[in-house]
Design a protein around this ligand. Structure first.
Ligand code: APR
Length: 262
């Protein structure tokens, strides 16, 4: 993207976003890419390119051999803890402070905690979190002390549930599992009530999460997409801005702030 194209898209994005009072931001792995965390499907660096998704994110795989999965998720949690929120995360939090803006809510497919650490108060995690744990069988939440591996290791033993003795598992949603109902309901409500939807850093290929922006699209809500590449959701975007989260979001929020402060 040329800087001229960036500036032109910025002007169009400001036109789309100015006056928005209730903003719903729908994010994917690309939101955390500028913090150094791998995305899932970017051919050159995608996490899945190094790991077989079915092997590492399914309840069957966990039942077969939990130790490699436990080691992988704890390693990812360690990477997320070492990462810092980027300028895009912080810009979303700043947006909520602009005069006239009543809410900026985030619905994310990400399981890191960078939105929260970047200052966003209300985050719906559709695919769970690296920092939530529960018992595989009785589902009791577990808040025990986790030893995060300093280096990636092939196997680690999950701790036993203090209540029933079964294995503690990561509090993430695996392929084939239902999404957390309350988080889904909140996300649906926000897609219906927002007067602007911003899609950032998702390929839009994983359902049911990817169906959420369609709720807003059907209502005619303006949709701004921010992604360096075309995605499966570009077709429903009012404006698809070929830019990264860490460059586009700060530029947009700064421009909106200038507009307000006149
Ligand atoms: N800024 C914004 N977008 C970016 C950036 C960036 N710096 N870098 C990459 N992207 C874009 C990519 O072009 C791609 O469109 O982010 C998107 C990432 O897509 P995926 O890797 O498919 O990640 P995501 O859409 O979040 O995957 C959805 O799939 O594997 C499951 O549960 C997992 O939540 C994940 C879900």
């Amino acid at each position: 993207m040329t800087s001229q194209q960036f500036d032109q898209d910025l002007i169009r994005a400001v036109e789309l976003a100015r006056g928005a009072r209730s903003v719903e931001v729908f994010t994917g792995a690309g939101m955390s890419a500028d913090s150094g965390l791998d995305t899932f499907r970017d051919a050159r660096t995608g996490l899945w390119s190094k790991v077989d998704p079915q092997a590492m994110a399914s309840i069957d795989a966990w039942a077969r051999d939990p130790e490699p999965m436990w080691a992988w998720y704890l390693w990812r949690a360690q990477l997320a803890l070492r990462a810092e929120p980027n300028a895009g995360h912080r810009a979303i939090a700043d947006w909520a402070t602009l005069p006239g803006v009543t809410e900026v809510h985030v619905t994310t497919q990400n399981i890191d905690n960078l939105h929260e650490r970047g200052g966003v108060g209300a985050v719906a995690h559709l695919h769970g979190s690296l920092f939530d744990y529960r018992c595989t069988i009785c589902s009791r939440p577990w808040r025990g002390r986790v030893e995060y591996p300093a280096e990636a290791v092939p196997r680690l033993s999950p701790p036993p549930c203090p209540l029933c003795g079964n294995l503690i598992r990561p509090g993430v949603v695996w392929f084939g599992e239902p999404l957390p109902q309350r988080q889904w309901q909140v996300a649906e409500e926000k897609m219906h009530s927002a007067d602007l939807v911003v899609i950032v850093g998702t390929s839009g290929v994983v359902y049911p999460a990817a169906s959420l922006p369609l709720l807003a699209h059907r209502r005619g809500t303006p949709i701004l997409e921010i992604s360096p590449t075309t995605t499966d959701l570009s077709g429903v975007a009012t404006l698809s801005w070929r830019a990264t989260a860490a460059t586009a979001l700060p530029a947009l929020v700064n421009a909106l702030g200038e507009r307000v402060s006149g």
